[in-house]
Design a protein around this ligand. Structure first.
Ligand SMILES: [Zn+2]
Ligand SMILES: [Zn+2]
Length: 495
């Protein structure tokens, strides 16, 4: 197996579009293992297993399904492609044995494996950064190509993307040569073969083979825009598509003037993140510090009023704080501030936080992002922070956090559960986590929550809010928050 792997490696290195370097059953087997059709680390495979793997490969590659290594199959195996496995990525095919039974069973598996989608981001605005550039393109060319690739996805989904030149970001793009600490299976193979690969949420990495000839226009080389758009699909949670014209098909293709995204790509991304927001006039493509200068000269609506923000809370003076990307807004008595960079108020805070809550109990502000939490007294980060969420029994990436008066503790939602955090002992209460259904009528995945002076809790998810009465333990009002809740600061007076 070792020598076959070596052969494969060498062959991929010299692979060109014309020749067919994978020509033997051994080489084909290595390929099938590499891309998840056959289980790895198995000395021998049953003939039936290999046959079934070949058929699987042929099906995904739109070849006639014969189970034989015919010329078309070997050629397809040799063509330039994405380095991400076609099957077996994440939990897509849990329970699959590589050996299929009846026809119906097989069909079922296929559907399960190719249409099921794994993890997704729990927020709608994602930041990205470009770590380095290929030799053949200038940094500004790369930035334009990458931005256009992200735009492709934001045009058809509820997602927004923003490039950050510094600081941590959700998604990072980088060029590497050969082995780059991703495991041997992910080592790049020189020109041709695997061009790039990426990881599913939440790792947020897309890697490109530095030794490819990357272009944006020419006929020679591989188009960076197309490959980036495909890899971004993976970072957002999409798996390879069996549809020939899909951008998420594993094979590199030079596309003409056809629409880049197929119905399969669009329906897959919308399954995860919904459709583009209606009336989304302002995009993150416009640097958000420019937002107050509405070019149409109309009254200025804060950026977050489009239905997107990272977190919301209210301080002891009744001032509402709304967080989005690397800015926050304050709203008091219905009037809203200009966007303020997060780091002018909290210098040690990461950008694009995921949850925030003010605790009237200790007059401190708590922030959550990824696996960690930050606690501030005013603008000062408290000693010992940031702390790992796991140290205090909390999950990573909470959906929202709020101080809950009736318990005198902080509550964090995450997926189908909630956690009660005792702020004095900084540990979760013994009875938590508990099922979210305790909060009757509140959906999963809320963006933010806060308690108003009237004692009611308000939950936000995209454009909707839910008012929750802690006395009745039920939802007493719901609707579009931008219109109905003046204290969120989206009511504008026409000029
Ligand atoms: Zn791929
Ligand atoms: Zn890599």
């Amino acid at each position: 197996m070792k020598s076959a792997q070596m052969k494969m490696f060498v062959l991929l290195c010299v692979q060109t579009a014309v020749s067919s370097p994978i020509s033997t059953a051994d080489q084909a087997q290595v390929f099938l293992e590499r891309y998840g059709y056959l289980q790895k680390q198995k000395e021998t495979h049953h003939n039936a297993e290999v046959k079934s793997a070949i058929r699987e490969f042929q099906w995904l590659s739109q070849l006639s399904v014969t189970g034989r290594l015919d010329r078309a199959t070997l050629e397809k195996m040799s063509s330039a492609r994405c380095g991400v496995k076609d099957v077996g990525s994440r939990r897509v095919n849990r329970g699959f044995t590589g050996h299929s039974g009846g026809h119906g069973h097989e069909q079922h598996l296929r559907e399960k494996r190719y249409t099921h989608i794994g993890e997704k981001w729990h927020k709608r605005q994602l930041t990205y950064s470009i770590m380095n550039c290929p030799r053949s393109l200038s940094p500004s060319q790369v930035r334009v190509a990458v931005s256009a690739a992200f735009q492709l996805w934001s045009n058809v989904s509820g997602l927004l993307f923003q490039e950050l030149q510094q600081g941590p970001t959700d998604i990072r793009l980088a060029f590497f040569e050969g082995e780059h600490n991703d495991g041997t299976g992910n080592a790049f193979d020189g020109p041709g073969g695997a061009l790039a690969h990426a990881f599913f949420p939440f790792r947020g990495e897309a890697h490109f083979d530095m030794s490819e000839r990357w272009t944006l226009s020419g006929l020679k080389g591989h188009n960076l825009f197309l490959v980036t758009a495909h890899e971004i699909g993976h970072t957002l949670g999409l798996v390879h598509s069996p549809v020939r014209h899909a951008l998420m098909s594993p094979y590199y293709k030079k596309t003409g003037s056809n629409a880049l995204l197929s119905w399969h790509d669009i329906s897959a991304i919308q399954q995860l993140y919904g459709q583009p927001l209606a009336g989304r006039a302002l995009r993150w493509a416009v640097p958000d510090w420019q937002i107050p200068q509405d070019p149409a000269g109309r009254s200025l609506i804060p950026h977050y009023c489009q239905g997107l923000f990272d977190a919301v809370t209210m301080d002891e003076n009744g001032t509402v704080l709304v967080f989005l990307g690397h800015h926050f807004w304050t709203v008091s008595d219905g009037s809203v501030s200009d966007p303020v960079p997060l780091r002018t108020r909290w210098p040690l805070l990461p950008l694009a936080i995921e949850a925030a809550a003010f605790s009237p109990r200790d007059s401190k502000l708590y922030f959550f992002k990824g696996r960690r939490m930050w606690r501030f007294s005013g603008s000062d980060l408290d000693p010992g922070f940031p702390r790992k969420n796991s140290d205090v029994g909390l999950p990573s990436h909470p959906d929202c956090a709020f101080f809950y008066q009736p318990l005198g503790h902080m509550v964090l939602f995450k997926g189908s559960r909630y956690f009660v955090l005792n702020l004095q002992s900084l540990s979760i209460e013994p009875h938590s986590p508990r099922a979210l259904r305790d909060w009757t009528g509140i959906p999963r995945g809320v963006n933010g929550a806060l308690t108003r002076p009237d004692g009611n809790l308000y939950f936000f998810k995209e454009q909707q809010y839910w008012r929750f009465d802690p006395g009745k333990l039920s939802v007493t009002a719901t609707g579009p928050w931008e219109q109905r809740l003046p204290w969120v600061g989206c009511h504008t007076t026409p000029s």
